[in-house]
Design a protein around this ligand. Structure first.
Ligand code: NAD
Length: 267
């Protein structure tokens, strides 16, 4: 089996990376940056997001696993004290795979008919540095509302515990092929009206956001933000592609949610 380790880059993560790499090579696994079967992220959720985007072009043949060296590790199942155990588990392969849905975002430009397509593991957010965003929101080809406010967040089920949660969105189990639209400070009064509640869309129900005012938009795909001008539309839907996580032991989603947000930390 071919593997690659992506480290957060701090001293502790680099040390764990070096140890894992050395032992896994001794177990006859091959270190392959280009075509790994398994990508091990050592760091925090940001490191796993980074690893996901680095190998987003080969999701059907790469599985991911996280070791967390920071505070909260939602995507990272293993802690540094368990690294030896994990090395042995990996060396023993094959591993189980669980698949989670992803968000597909297509940004179409008014000029030249160009489009950019992205996959997000957590979410896409659309904001502006220039006042409010004003979008016509279409769902499944029908006008739903005109949104005015700070912005919109469109998240995956596994991203529903990230930015979406801070916006009052619901937590969705990743066995559901869905995306969630949450508002950021919508303007609601006698003139402007939005639904106000998070919307959960199933697979094949596309949300299309059409800017009504010519602005530049700050569009973030997970941890990476780009400034877009001349945006004709932003299309969001459940992607055909899925992320594959390598599981060497069960860690049910609701336990992960409880451990991250409800359970008190041991001293
Ligand atoms: P960061 O360093 O600002 O970390 C943000 C926090 O989000 C970290 O504590 C991280 O552990 C946590 N996180 C990331 N994915 C998560 C998930 N799926 N479930 C639960 N917690 C999760 O930025 P980063 O590490 O580069 O991560 C980028 C992510 O930060 C974005 O995808 C977005 O979801 C999140 N974010 C959250 C807010 C907010 O909650 N108000 C604001 C901006 C970005």
């Amino acid at each position: 089996m071919k593997f690659k380790i992506v480290s957060k880059g701090d001293e502790r993560s680099n040390r764990i990376k070096a140890t894992m790499k050395q032992y896994l090579i001794e177990f006859d696994l091959e270190y392959d940056r280009k075509e790994p079967d398994l990508v091990i992220s050592v760091g925090g959720d940001g490191t796993l997001l980074e690893a996901f985007h680095r190998y987003v072009h080969r999701l059907d043949s790469t599985a991911f696993i996280g070791v967390h060296t920071g505070h909260l590790g939602f995507y990272a199942d293993w802690v540094p004290d368990e690294v030896e155990k994990l090395i042995i588990e990996i060396a023993k392969t094959p591993f189980q795979v669980v698949e989670y849905p992803l968000l597909e975002v297509t940004i179409r430009s008014k000029t030249g008919g160009t489009e950019d397509r992205f996959l997000a593991l957590n979410e896409a957010t659309i904001k502006t540095a220039d006042g409010s965003v004003v979008f016509d929101v279409e769902i499944k080809g029908e006008h739903f509302e005109t949104f005015r406010g700070d912005g919109l967040c469109i998240s995956t089920p596994s991203g529903s515990t990230a930015y979406n949660k801070a916006l009052g969105g619901g937590i969705i189990h990743p066995s559901l092929d869905a995306i969630q639209l949450t508002e950021m400070a919508s303007i609601n009064n006698r003139v402007f009206r939005t639904i106000g509640s998070p919307l959960i869309l199933p697979k094949h129900h596309t949300a299309l956001l059409k800017p009504m005012v010519d602005r530049s938009f700050l569009i973030a795909i997970d941890h990476f933000t780009t400034n877009y001008v001349n945006v004709k539309s932003i299309q969001c839907r459940v992607a055909e592609e899925r992320i594959r996580f390598a599981r060497f032991r069960p860690f049910p989603f609701w336990n992960r949610v409880r451990d991250s947000f409800v359970a008190e930390e041991d001293d």
